[in-house]
Design a binder for this molecule. Structure first.
Ligand SMILES: [Cu+2]
Length: 294
């Protein structure tokens, strides 16, 4: 059957695969908003003095053209949503939608760093709908382990694919038209978990997974509000797709008791130009076996 050296090689290959499996079971976490793990401290009790962080996301310069998507590969998509356009940059009157804004770090007044607490996971699911052969919403946020209810509102089959990163694992499910909702949870904080449809290559979505509930997504008028923020000093980040792993803007924000802090961010033509509309960011990490990265 096998020569002695072939047997040796087979053994080595098996050992290497086991090693890489073992290391991929404990994914390296990049801790946006802190990460789960070391502590399980409940956050300080509410004093009823929480404030808000709100603002507008602007796009400076000429808005990138919203390119039309060729949906001819699926007649159901073409007839339901004939004017489907790429959603990489949704700009209206100089304001930018689909920006994920979150507290990355910071300290609650009289308490610890926000990432040192384990915030409760909301029991309500967040809905990610496949509707008109695109995702609604295009960008969404969840708390670690919060259910995402994936619905198919189209007269065609979709295949939702949460791409593996070095934070969260691969998850890939097809869903025929009329099928019940699927449910998925992400166990690790991540900015952003990329989602695509294996059936319709233009379909993309991004899910921000936070250890805490202090995040929001900018609406079509660029506005966002993060509610229920305990008074403190925070680093607030606005993330928008484009570039290799998206583009982030950072701001230091102080929230006073019952205060309304403002955090306006601006993205511009430079970030748009570095975007890669035809491919998903964060893909390069996929091909490298975990064992080789340490
Ligand atoms: Cu699809």
């Amino acid at each position: 059957m096998f020569t002695k050296s072939a047997r040796l090689w087979l053994g080595l290959i098996a050992a290497a695969s086991l090693l890489s499996l073992a290391s991929s079971c404990s994914p390296k976490t990049e801790t946006p908003g802190g990460d789960e793990g070391s502590t399980s401290t409940a956050p300080p009790a509410s004093k009823g003095d929480e404030g808000t962080i709100s603002g507008k996301i602007s796009f400076t310069g000429a808005a990138p053209e919203a390119k039309k998507i060729d949906t001819s590969a699926d007649a159901a998509c073409a007839s339901k949503n004939p004017n489907l356009v790429i959603e990489d940059w949704v700009v209206k009157d100089g304001k930018l939608a689909n920006t994920f804004v979150y507290i990355k770090d910071g300290t609650i007044d009289g308490a610890k760093k926000i990432g040192d607490y384990t915030w409760p996971t909301p029991s309500a699911a967040v809905v990610l709908d496949q509707n008109g052969c695109h995702y609604k919403p295009h960008v969404l946020g969840v708390v670690v382990n919060q259910s995402i209810s994936i619905t198919n509102s189209d007269p065609t089959q979709h295949n939702i694919h949460f791409l593996a990163t070095n934070v969260n694992p691969d998850w890939n499910q097809s869903q025929v038209n009329g099928a019940p909702a699927l449910s998925h949870k992400l166990a690790h904080a991540e900015v952003m978990a990329p989602v695509k449809c294996n059936q319709h290559p233009w379909m993309k979505s991004y899910v921000g997974v936070m250890k805490h509930p202090f995040f929001a997504v900018s609406a079509e008028d660029g506005s966002f509000t993060i509610k229920g923020v305990p008074p403190g000093k925070y680093t607030v980040v606005a993330w928008h797709e484009g570039g290799v792993k998206g583009t982030e803007k950072t701001m230091e924000v102080t929230v006073t008791a019952k205060g309304a802090a403002t955090a306006d961010f601006a993205f511009g033509a430079t970030a748009a130009l570095s975007g890669q509309p035809s491919s998903l960011p964060m893909m390069p990490a996929l091909e490298v076996p975990m064992g080789m990265k340490h």
